[in-house]
Design a protein around this ligand. Structure first.
Ligand SMILES: [Zn+2]
Length: 412
């Protein structure tokens, strides 16, 4: 399996070539928006087939821009990915707007970009441009690591700094961890994360705490229509780093939890579904902020897990919060939505609601039908606090003397 990391590298661009880079990212962005506007059938519907889109647009893009062939292809491909995401949203009734590309950037691959240890060369509208990196320890450690292949990159122009950045995509092949044990993880607003092994990553009040929340909120309001992510990336201050640090700690602890419990799989909910389940519906800014944080957290869990050969599987979470993880009885009355406490009206099982959900999320992966389940999972087991349980509900304790299935609290 692959570990994929994206490393942002600040660039030192020769003054006389800055205009070439500028026009390249501007024309790339123009080509993306051109694709959204013109990559359509005569009835106005989007063309979703790449080969057909190529036939429809490629020669126009070559004529409309000075971009080299490969950058034209990358531009319509990137636009097509965004269009497909939007169309998928529409199909399930989510009102996404038509993609619009604003940030000047361009996608490069091996044909248009040569990545060296401390410099790179990029294709532009006016031949190749050589740039030097301005790097710190973090970037250096990755660029010096020979186990990573430098696969591609994205050139970004940051207007507020008047600077270019190259986001280098690094890929490493890692052997998949053997075994068939699963850790279920519930992401939620109250605890941030809870595992099926009963660990609570209590960072909620810190992560969504007043100071951070109000600072970010004001900044978002000042910036009007900008997305939360863009606004947060522009905060660049203590708060942003503080939240990211917190998320790094939580994701690292979750991976440690998986390794301690000998898990080869981590089951999490698909984010689109989390959005519908737990987001506060009344506050758009708050929702954007939480969505951003959860997406960051999932990304961190995914790449940190991959470094140990642990696979992260996303599952559909319908009813995971109102189903009993002991007897499988499902009812909306099982969970008290004001306290978050779960009490099964069938078997009486009484437990923290997010902990119950974490176990259900893991079980959901265990009981996926043949063909949908990961091929290596076989007869899998879900890791619990005191033992494991399989898809048929057969429980095996760690310790026959019987420690109880209780929860522990970790201060993340
Ligand atoms: Zn029950």
């Amino acid at each position: 399996m692959e570990v994929i990391r994206t490393i942002p590298v600040k660039l030192d661009v020769p003054t006389e070539r800055r205009a070439d880079l500028r026009r390249t990212v501007e024309q790339f962005t123009y080509a993306e928006n051109y694709t959204v506007k013109h990559g359509r059938n005569s009835d106005g519907y989007f063309i979703l087939n790449k080969a057909r889109l190529h036939d429809e647009l490629y020669y126009n893009l070559r004529e409309e821009t000075d971009l080299p062939s490969n950058l034209c292809i990358r531009a319509y491909s990137k636009a097509l990915d965004a269009i497909k995401t939007t169309v998928a949203d529409w199909k399930v009734g989510i009102k996404s707007s038509v993609p619009e590309f604003r940030e000047p950037s361009a996608v490069y691959d091996k044909r248009t970009l040569t990545i060296k240890d401390r410099s790179a060369t990029l294709s532009t509208i006016n031949g190749r441009v050589s740039v030097d990196y301005v790097i710190g320890d973090y970037q250096r450690s990755y660029l010096n690591d020979d186990s990573y292949e430098r696969r591609m990159g994205t050139l970004h122009y940051r207007e507020d700094e008047d600077r270019y950045y190259l986001h280098i995509v690094l890929v490493k092949e890692v052997e998949e961890r053997g075994g068939n044990r699963i850790l279920g993880v519930d992401l939620n607003l109250k605890n941030v994360a809870v595992t099926s092994t009963g660990t609570f990553y209590d960072g909620g009040t810190i992560l969504w705490g007043k100071n951070h929340y109000f600072r970010v909120r004001r900044s978002l309001q000042d910036k009007g229509t900008r997305s939360a992510k863009q606004a947060l990336s522009r905060l660049s201050g203590r708060e942003n780093r503080f939240v990211l640090d917190r998320l790094h700690t939580i994701s690292r602890r979750i991976i440690e939890e998986a390794r301690t419990n000998k898990c080869s799989y981590i089951a999490v909910e698909r984010l689109t579904d989390i959005r519908d389940r737990i987001w506060s519906r009344d506050d758009r800014v708050n929702r954007q902020l939480q969505q951003w944080a959860f997406r960051e957290l999932q990304d961190m869990i995914a790449y940190k897990a991959a470094e140990y050969g642990i696979r992260v599987q996303k599952i559909a979470p319908e009813y995971t919060s109102q189903t009993c993880s002991k007897c499988s009885y499902q009812s909306s009355t099982n969970r008290d939505s004001s306290t978050g406490w779960f009490e099964c009206s069938e078997c009486g099982y009484s437990v923290d609601g997010d902990y119950n959900a974490a176990k259900n999320i893991g079980k959901r992966l265990l009981t996926l039908p043949e063909g949908k389940r990961p091929s290596g999972l076989g007869d899998g087991h879900l890791a619990l606090k005191s033992g494991t349980v399989n898809g048929n509900g057969e429980y095996v304790p760690h310790d026959p003397e019987g420690s109880t299935d209780q929860e522990s609290h970790a201060q993340a």
